[in-house]
Design a protein. Structure first.
Length: 241
């Protein structure tokens, strides 16, 4: 991603409704994974470190990131050692983990199948992986281009990548479902809008930000009960087959 995107991410991750609500949803999902006490956890592509505090609740956290500025920010806010690495070429670990997390990372990698294949060897025999990705190629627009995404995913494509890499899928579902019509509408506006930033890229005013946060956050009560039929994102939980 561009330097400005990492800079903006560091500012947005604690305030913007999407980052905050997604973190709450991920927390709800991870709580259901029955991880061992003091699990060994790796976040690949930790960015500016916004998820590391949440992950530290579940055990010993390692993190890797490719961008030096993001590494410095993640170190500062988490107090953790952040390793420099890059998928699929360089995963700087010889150990194995109980949980590996890729939160909106896979879409940045041209050869996503190769990346997931490289990850498998770093999971313990009982280890699990949790992946989130943006969904639906018809939503691909200026935001994806600015973020240097290669693609957005259908459930079918993500399933194919994961099963083809030797994973057994425990759960796969769309999310960001309640606000999905709003996402579609804003992507349509983005198509005709002039300017670099997509609608919704910056944090809205506190009132609207709070409303959107509460709406999106409600899905944490739903996602562990049932699979959602459509949404702006996908989440998958897998274990080694």
């Amino acid at each position: 991603m561009e330097d400005r995107v990492y800079r903006d991410m560091a500012l947005l991750q604690d305030q913007h409704w999407w980052f905050r609500a997604r973190r709450d949803i991920l927390l709800a999902v991870i709580k259901q994974l029955q991880l061992p006490d003091q699990a060994d956890i790796l976040e690949i592509g930790c960015g500016a470190g916004g998820n590391l505090g949440m992950l530290k609740q579940f055990g010993r956290v390692s993190a890797m990131e490719m961008d030096d500025r993001a590494i410095a920010k993640a170190k500062k806010i988490s107090g953790l050692k952040i390793d420099k690495g890059r998928l699929p070429d360089h995963i700087p670990y010889s150990c194995q983990f109980d949980l590996i997390c890729l939160f909106d990372v896979l879409e940045h990698i041209e050869n996503d199948l190769d990346a997931v294949l490289k990850i498998v060897r770093h999971l313990k025999s009982t280890g699990q992986i949790i992946i989130t990705v943006p969904a639906h190629m018809f939503l691909f627009g200026s935001h994806d281009k600015n973020m240097h995404h290669f693609r957005r995913y259908s459930k079918k494509r993500l399933k194919k990548i994961l099963t083809g890499s030797g994973f057994k899928i425990q759960k796969i579902t769309y999310f960001n479902t309640i606000l999905f019509p709003v996402v579609v509408m804003t992507r349509c506006f983005d198509f005709f809008k002039k300017g670099q930033n997509a609608i919704g890229y910056v944090t809205p005013n506190p009132f609207l930000n709070g409303i959107l946060y509460r709406i999106f956050r409600m899905e944490r009560h739903i996602i562990n009960i049932t699979n959602l039929p459509v949404g702006a994102s996908l989440i998958a939980v897998c274990k080694r087959n």
